[in-house]
Design a protein around this ligand. Structure first.
Ligand code: BES
Ligand code: ZN
Length: 927
């Protein structure tokens, strides 16, 4: 989308005041928090942005020029960069020789440059040379600098020689400073980089577009006692004229995109190993904590050979470092050979880390290492194809973790954390197609969302299932081999996979990546003796149940399983019309039929009443496999949200899960129940709704107990934590009492809480407690060393119910005691209660200027907007939000705002529609 249409969106927001809205049903008090905080897999940057919904203000708009990519008449071949960061005054100096190729005679050269002061520029083209006579012009809006020469530059090779300086900023992008505590207890700063998507230009002037690849020769001049790392191994360390500095040179890099370049300077320890192919793997941790790097090292050492085998291509670099960065905006970043992580995404403490945290680390390591091939070796041509990178990595990380840790049953977790999450977002009017035109940096930031990640991963999973692993692998190898060191479009992947499988991959997949949304299949059956004749119809699924997008049509690979073949489809076909009839032979009269075996197809299913009723015994006796149970109830909640089925019917279905044993099914169900719970906060039957939760989770809570059995499965530990948390927050008496008792013992040091119990216990005692518990938590926070533990506490703080404590939490979020990377999640923590939600939104409005300045756009701001707005239920709030953002810019959150408004409308409609019946249903549970 161009700059022009972006402006248009902003204005139309101010003009309209009756825009329709919708929801994250899972949102609300139980909604899983962001990925790196909750350790639930769910890409980091779940945020979205506004669509054009009105063009009538077009003529009133001031003309803004559309975004343009850099001219390619001149391209870089090699960057020789020397950077010297000053860790006390927060600046850096740079010297850069760019070897360029001039393809057409030009009078000026334009490249990207932001927040950098170019001190000098020279051009040496052999026969032509310029110096002081070169004119430097910055275009701030475009983030470019142009060098204009007295004469046209002739075609051929030349060198552009620059010196410049910049700031080591505190915005977690570009070349920035990160605060850490040195082993001597002093606060110090390191310098690190985060360049994706468009911030390499803040560290050195460059052609900062993914398709303009070049090689890099990096030199870092750093204080002598510091660790200094870059993408490639160290080539030499030399003395500096000033003996307190050293000059570290790195090996020549392969051809690569600018967004993958990285530098880190600071104090670190590391653990290291070689993988089975001799690649050197190191995990860098804060000094004195190398023990905490061991788990990630173990994962990395297993993962590299896994990918090498899967792609049939060796890891392209001689080394790989994984490093924990104290201040980090995203979860992790795949810089080639030097992957940077939030501390929570890579460090595991043998005692203080939860099972969920370990699993999260395994997934993130799996994700970033996959990018080393898919993304780094072969890169998307432009950000429109970002999903190729993120969707693919978000799929294969599960394949990798499934291989390394089969006990995680990670594919079932995929169904909950990526598949259903994507379905939820993509049903909104303000979703977007996977492939989306983007230009300006704030538009690019916005597409790091659940569509690119989770829908991307889900459609790849569907395709993998459709063509089979063997052909998929073959196609992957062909794709990576053909395009290595270059760039691709989405079509290139389809072509390789189509050739490998002989199936119409391009035809099928373009219906999923170029169209927004997905279908709901309505299924009815006719029973004829041992036969069932199914009629399956597709139409676009809209979150609010409206009939929009009737012209949309998808090519839907469908698998159907039955009671006698629950795991393996008895029938598979591709539905490429509006309607089809399918006959299932040899089926017993009462046997269930389930569409979408294993929940691999990216669609929802709406069964006729008789087919649905036949499935319920399969839930109760668990003969319907976990992913199918999960998918079924998730579809039903979405249909209720859309007003297609009564919510109470779905709540009755939830009762069928009383005997459920699977962690992921419980987790998904519990997130879905977040909506009725959220809605009931605005009624007089909230207590009754909580009593329902206590009744539903009671038996499994009892069965699991409080104490881990020796060597119990990973998923039992996760389930216990989930169930105790739900019961505790719902006010289950015995759970609250036990949580208080254990918390007291934890605080007085007589019995430390195991890591897996801390989250549910902290949440419970804060929600059911007051000033005293709040004070104890702050004390725990002060003594906590592991970042994971700090985040656990920080996120829990907001569950307090008292106004003064909620306010304290909000103020604390912005204090120096909370890192900017975590502020959003502290604020998010208070949004679970009705009062907290009001206060958080007011807080965001009151502090907008400083929050905006703190994040300068970016996805954390979008995340903040989402979490503080989407769970309201009144029109009044929707108007307030619209008005506020009519007057205040939130460049990377435009679509997010529209999605929140949709969610509010969905909430409001659902409460109006289902409220009375819900009241009656819940009342039966109130003792
Ligand atoms: N390439 C991204 C990091 C990134 C995100 C850069 C947003 C710029 C903007 C990285 O590969 C990534 O996806 N990280 C995820 C973790 C992953 C396991 C989903 C993250 O940051 O949460
Ligand atoms: Zn990624």
């Amino acid at each position: 989308m161009t700059f022009l249409s972006r402006t248009l969106i902003l204005v139309s927001v101010t003009v309209r005041n009756s825009f329709q809205i919708s929801s994250s049903p899972k949102a609300g008090c139980i909604r899983a928090p962001p990925y790196w905080i909750s350790f639930q897999k769910a890409p980091v940057l779940f945020q979205c942005r506004a669509r054009v919904f009105s063009t009538n203000t077009y003529s009133e708009m001031p003309e803004k020029k559309p975004f343009e990519r850099l001219p390619k008449d001149v391209v870089p071949v090699n960057y020789a960069i020397r950077l010297q960061p000053y860790l006390e005054k927060f600046t850096f100096d740079g010297v850069e020789d760019i070897s360029i190729q001039i393809k057409k005679p030009v009078k000026s050269i334009i490249l990207n440059c932001a927040d950098i002061h170019v001190k000098s520029v020279k051009y040496d083209g052999g026969k032509q040379a310029f110096g002081e006579d070169i004119k430097i012009t910055y275009l701030k809006e475009d983030e470019t600098v142009s060098f204009t020469f007295p004469d046209e530059l002739q075609t051929g090779d030349g060198t552009l020689k620059l010196t410049f300086s910049g700031e080591l900023n505190d915005k977690m992008k570009g070349f920035y400073r990160s605060k850490y505590t040195s082993p001597d207890g002093k606060e110090r700063y390191g310098a690190v980089t985060q360049f994706e998507a468009t911030d390499a230009r803040r560290a050195f002037p460059c052609w900062d577009e993914p398709s303009v690849k070049a090689t890099f020769d990096v030199t870092l001049v750093v204080p002598k006692d510091k660790v200094a790392l870059s993408n490639m191994p160290e080539k030499s360390v030399a003395a500096h004229t000033d003996p307190s500095w050293k000059v570290v040179q790195y090996e020549h890099s392969p051809t690569m995109s600018t967004y993958l370049v990285a530098f880190v300077v600071g104090e670190y320890d590391f653990v290291e190993a070689k993988d089975s192919d001799g690649v050197q793997v190191r995990v860098y941790t804060p000094a004195g904590k190398s023990e905490q790097g061991k788990f990630a090292l173990e994962v990395a050492v297993k993962t590299l050979p896994f990918y090498k085998d899967y792609f049939n291509i060796a890891y392209p670099l001689p080394k790989i470092d994984l490093i924990a960065i104290a201040d980090f905006a995203a979860g992790a970043m795949e810089n080639w050979g030097l992957v940077t992580y939030r501390e929570t995404a890579v460090l595991v403490d043998p005692v203080n880390s939860s099972s969920a945290a370990r699993q999260y680390v395994a997934l993130v390591v799996g994700h970033e290492l996959a990018h080393q091939w898919f993304g780094n070796l072969v890169t998307m041509e432009w950000w429109t194809h970002l999903w190729l990178n993120e969707g693919f990595a978000s799929w294969i990380e599960y394949l990798c973790v499934d291989n390394c840790f089969p006990e995680y049953d990670i594919w079932t977790q995929f169904a909950s954390s990526d598949f259903t999450r994507a379905l939820e977002l993509d049903a909104l009017k303000n979703s977007h197609p996977i492939e989306v035109p983007v230009g300006h940096p704030s538009e690019i930031d916005e597409i790091f969302d659940a569509i690119s990640y989770s829908k991307g991963a889900s459609v790849i999973r569907m395709l993998h299932d459709y063509i089979g692993d063997k052909d998929f692998k073959k196609g992957m190898n062909a794709y990576l081999s053909k395009h290595k060191y270059t760039n691709t479009f989405t079509e290139d992947l389809w072509e390789a996979l189509g050739d490998a499988s002989g199936k119409p991959v391009q035809r099928i997949m373009s219906t999923w990546t170029k169209q927004m949304g997905f279908p709901v299949l309505t299924v009815t059956q006719k029973v004829e003796g041992q036969k069932r004749i199914l009629t399956i119809k597709q139409k676009k699924f809209c979150a609010d149940g409206s009939a929009q997008g009737t012209e949309s049509l998808w090519e839907v690979p469908i698998g159907i399983c039955t009671a006698s073949s629950p795991q393996k489809s008895v029938h598979r076909f591709v539905l490429n019309e509006k309607e089809a009839t399918v006959t299932i032979d040899n089926i017993k009269p009462n046997d269930w039929i389930k569409i979408n075996t294993g929940a691999v197809g990216f669609y929802r299913t709406q069964y006729s009443t008789d087919m649905l009723e036949a499935l319920i015994p399969g839930i109760k006796d668990q003969t319907l496999p976990p992913r199918d149970r999960l998918g079924l109830q998730n579809d039903m909640f979405a249909l209720a949200r859309a007003g297609t089925v009564p919510l109470v019917q779905v709540l009755r279905l939830a009762e069928a899960f009383q005997n459920e044993t699977n962690y992921t099914v419980w987790n998904d169900l519990s997130m879905n129940l977040g909506t009725p719970l959220l809605l009931s906060q605005y009624t007089d039957y909230y207590d009754a709704a909580k009593a329902f939760i206590c009744k539903l989770f009671g038996p499994i809570g009892k069965k699991l107990g409080w104490d881990a059995k020796d060597g119990e499965p990973h998923l039992d530990a996760m389930l216990r934590s989930l169930v105790i948390g739900r019961l505790g927050k719902a006010g289950h008496k015995a759970t609250v009492e036990e949580a208080k008792r254990r918390f007291a013992a934890h605080c007085d040091g007589s019995s430390t809480l195991p890591a897996d119990l801390r989250n549910p216990v902290y949440g419970t005692v804060l929600k059911q407690g007051g000033e005293e518990e709040f004070g104890q938590m702050l004390k725990l926070l002060k003594t906590a060393d592991l970042h994971e533990e700090k985040v656990r506490i920080l996120r829990s703080l907001g569950t307090v119910q008292q106004e003064s404590l909620i306010q304290k939490t909000l103020d604390f979020a912005m204090s120096d005691e909370v890192r900017s990377q975590d502020t959003v999640f502290v604020i998010a923590g208070v949004t679970g209660s009705k009062l907290g939600r009001e206060m958080a939104w007011k807080f965001v409005k009151d502090n907008w200027k400083s929050l905006h300045e703190r994040y300068r756009g970016g996805f954390l701001l979008a995340r903040l907007v989402k979490t503080t707005t989407e769970n309201f239920v009144s029109e009044e709030r929707a108007k307030d939000i619209e008005e506020f953002f009519g007057e205040h810019e939130a460049p990377s959150a435009e679509r997010t705002i529209q999605q929140s408004l949709e969610n509010i409308s969905l909430n409001r409609n659902q409460l109006k529609r289902d409220g009375p019946a819900m009241k009656e249903f819940f009342s039966a549970y109130h003792s």
